[in-house]
Design a protein around this ligand. Structure first.
Ligand code: NAD
Ligand code: LMR
Length: 331
């Protein structure tokens, strides 16, 4: 049946299979919903290990958009979920509870990411992989190590998703000035956790006029926004809906680049030999093969932003090393 769809579909230029790993979770479900609404996705596979995974797949598959949707449950069905996938999104893993840092998730999530990446290397080694699982600063290097071990590492096809920081920056800065957040673009660099999140308000487009106090205050809020949600959810997890929106936006941008749109730029974290680190979050040009260009830091940033970057780099370096040193890769 899928083969017939491929031959007779006239509405899509290419066949794009997207697989979500961890699709029955708090992020996975709304993310799957948003991807089901994206006309660039022609096949959507929802993979998870929980018993209700087929139910999530059945539910989504009733939506009348032009894509084939299927659920896959457990390792015995993972091959079907991944074979032929061009883009894989990984939100599998546990979220924070109040009082925890993202680093506290490492012990559980590192092995989840490692094991899923083994499947990815085996079944769709050429796909673009986007990692949502925390701690992103360490899970991205873990994913890279698995790909290196399997000799399929392509630094332009592996991305740690930091879009939620960009989304929050627009929302919070716009709210100070009473502006439309959809019209504001603020690059966020370095990494994704606490002080490694460095919004570059001086590069906001269009320019916004904020006092030093407003800048200090809004940056603090952006850096702590994940914790703000964790506290408010009072033990029921972390950001899911805003993350699903951010994940769908980032995946949408990758797909637009892959299907030929030019000048698609979004910030996220990639392997980048930059500022003495092996990984760095910054603006990326997305194209047919994933990441086409990494811009890093703009030439000129404010003195305050420079101080923030100086604080972020050693923390980020430590987070990255923890991922690189995760010594059970593939064992
Ligand atoms: P959740 O617990 O609601 O969902 C996680 C899902 O992953 C569950 O359905 C679970 O069954 C599944 N899972 C676990 N191990 C798996 C495996 N081996 N294979 C397949 N599926 C597996 O959690 P959530 O709220 O969706 O958050 C998921 C992750 O995303 C967390 O680590 C969280 O910290 C992270 N997160 C990242 C960002 C970001 O900005 N990058 C934002 C929010 C949350
Ligand atoms: C976020 O920024 O909301 C996520 O990284 C989840 C978390 O634990 O804060």
């Amino acid at each position: 049946m899928m083969l017939l769809r491929r031959f007779f579909s006239t509405t899509h230029r290419t066949n794009v299979k997207v697989s979500v790993l961890g699709a029955a979770g708090g992020i996975g479900q709304p993310l799957a919903l948003l991807l089901k609404l994206n006309p660039l996705v022609t096949e959507l596979y929802l993979y998870d290990i929980v018993p209700h995974t087929p139910g999530v797949g059945a539910d989504i598959s009733h939506i009348d958009t032009n894509s084939y949707t299927k659920a896959a449950k457990g390792p015995e069905e993972v091959a079907e979920a991944l074979c032929g996938a061009e883009l894989v999104v990984i939100p599998a893993g546990v979220p924070r509870k109040p009082g925890m840092t993202r680093d506290d998730l490492f012990d559980t999530n590192a092995s989840i990411v490692r094991d899923l990446m083994e499947f990815v290397c085996k079944f769709c080694p050429k796909a673009v992989i986007t990692i949502v699982t925390n701690p992103v600063n360490s899970c991205l290097p873990i994913a890279a190590q698995v790909m290196k071990k399997n000799k399929v590492f392509d630094p332009n096809r592996l991305i740690g998703v930091t879009t939620l920081d960009i989304v929050r920056s627009s929302t919070f800065v716009a709210s100070i000035k009473g502006m439309d957040p959809t019209k504001l673009k603020i690059p966020v660099v370095c990494g994704h956790s606490g002080e490694t999140i460095v919004p570059l308000i001086s590069h906001c487009k269009p320019k916004v006029d904020l006092s030093k106090d407003e800048i200090v205050c809004v940056i603090k809020r952006i850096q702590n926004a994940g914790t703000e949600v964790v506290k408010a959810k009072a033990g029921a997890g972390s950001a899911t809906l805003s993350m699903a929106y951010s994940g769908a936006r980032f995946v949408g941008a990758v797909l637009r680049g892959m299907t030929g749109e030019s000048n698609v730029i979004e910030c996220s974290m990639v392997a980048h030999d930059y500022c003495g680190l092996n990984y760095f979050a910054g603006p990326l040009l997305l194209g047919k093969n994933g990441v086409e260009k990494k811009f890093g830091l703009p030439d000129e940033i404010s003195d305050f932003e420079n101080e923030l970057v100086k604080i972020a780099l050693p923390i980020l370096k430590k987070n990255i090393k923890r991922g690189e040193d995760f010594d059970n890769c593939g064992s």
